[in-house]
Design a protein around this ligand. Structure first.
Ligand SMILES: [Zn+2]
Length: 323
């Protein structure tokens, strides 16, 4: 499922392909955008794409004369950029299409795509209330804004595992990044925000932008030397020689040895507040020893088949509205 780094890659690719070019085709099949386009026929044709950027898991395109579009990929959405050389038939999963003379950007399977005029941050639900981006375009991660939001009294009794998924506290962390950040900081996902020591808070402020940058640049949260170690040691992966399970410390490494202490990585469903994808619980992956978890655990299973779908919440969106 796309998190901040993946959405940023889509935004960068679309910006590179479309920016500065006039739009020749703009279609949408999501309800709101389709109606808007019917009410404003051809209004976007000839308008230049000025900028495409992301904030958290939201992608925003700014068009000439104050128009914009916005997408949220939820669980399964993706953007694809193709050369505009021959006609591309409309796939049933297509949700939107923006074409210039030489390229086409097509949005597949995303339930949220909107178009409008004005400031998207004021007009699009949730955009105005997002926390600081884990991948800031300018300067460094805004730790002051992050801590102001995290440490609000209303969040004090929440678990840190749930708080990191709250896009109003910090924007762009999803299920893999939160597991990796909590492992990196050796933090119990069930620890209450009110119980976080200063050293844990400092670590979160360092680890959030570090993990996000690493995921954006290398598509992995572990450094290269650890990936090499996993690729060369069959006991650390589900299937020798496969890329699967070599990108992360704990995420989807259930029942495999912890890379730090050798204990068995575990997974458990953790209660969260209803999130952008409409889920109320998410699977958290963790090392009980490194992270000092006190939750009750069943006996670990021996290393077996890959846990290809351990996380049911990754399998089916239950709501259609984005956060
Ligand atoms: Zn460990």
């Amino acid at each position: 499922m796309p998190e901040g780094p993946e959405v940023r890659k889509h935004a960068a690719a679309i910006h590179k392909a479309l920016a500065g070019k006039p739009i020749e085709v703009f279609t949408a099949r999501t309800k709101g955008a389709r109606l808007w386009l019917q009410e404003h026929p051809n209004i976007l044709i000839g308008k230049r794409v000025e900028q495409v950027y992301s904030h958290g898991k939201h992608l925003i395109g700014i068009l000439q004369d104050g128009f914009y579009f916005h997408s949220h990929l939820m669980m399964w959405g993706r953007w694809q950029v193709l050369p505009n050389t021959e006609p591309i038939p409309v796939d049933r999963r297509e949700r939107a299409r923006i074409a210039t003379a030489d390229v086409i950007a097509i949005l597949f399977s995303a339930p949220v795509f909107e178009v409008g005029q004005g400031n998207p941050v004021e007009q699009v639900e949730y955009l105005g209330s997002l926390g600081p981006d884990i991948l800031p375009y300018h300067g460094s991660f805004d730790t002051e804004a992050f801590l102001n939001r995290l440490l609000k009294s209303e969040n004090q009794q929440r678990t840190v595992g749930a708080a990191l998924l709250d896009q109003q506290i910090v924007a762009g962390i999803g299920n893999y990044l939160r597991a990796e950040i909590l492992f990196d900081c050796r933090l119990d996902p069930w620890k209450r925000v009110s119980d976080l020591e200063q050293s844990a808070i400092d670590c979160l402020c360092r680890s959030i932008p570090l993990m996000a940058q690493r995921a954006y640049i290398t598509s992995a949260t572990v450094p290269d030397d650890l990936r090499t170690r996993m690729k060369g040691d069959d006991s650390l992966v589900y299937r020798p020689g496969r890329e699967y399970g070599t990108r992360h410390y704990v995420f989807r490494r259930t029942n495999l040895p912890c890379l730090h202490c050798g204990d068995i990585v575990r997974q458990l469903r953790q209660v969260t507040r209803e999130d952008e994808e409409g889920e109320r619980t998410r699977i958290i992956y963790f090392c009980p020893t490194c992270q000092g978890t006190s939750v009750e655990l069943k006996k670990p299973r021996a290393k077996s088949k890959p846990q290809v779908k351990p996380d049911k919440t990754e399998a089916a969106p239950t709501r259609k509205r984005a956060g």
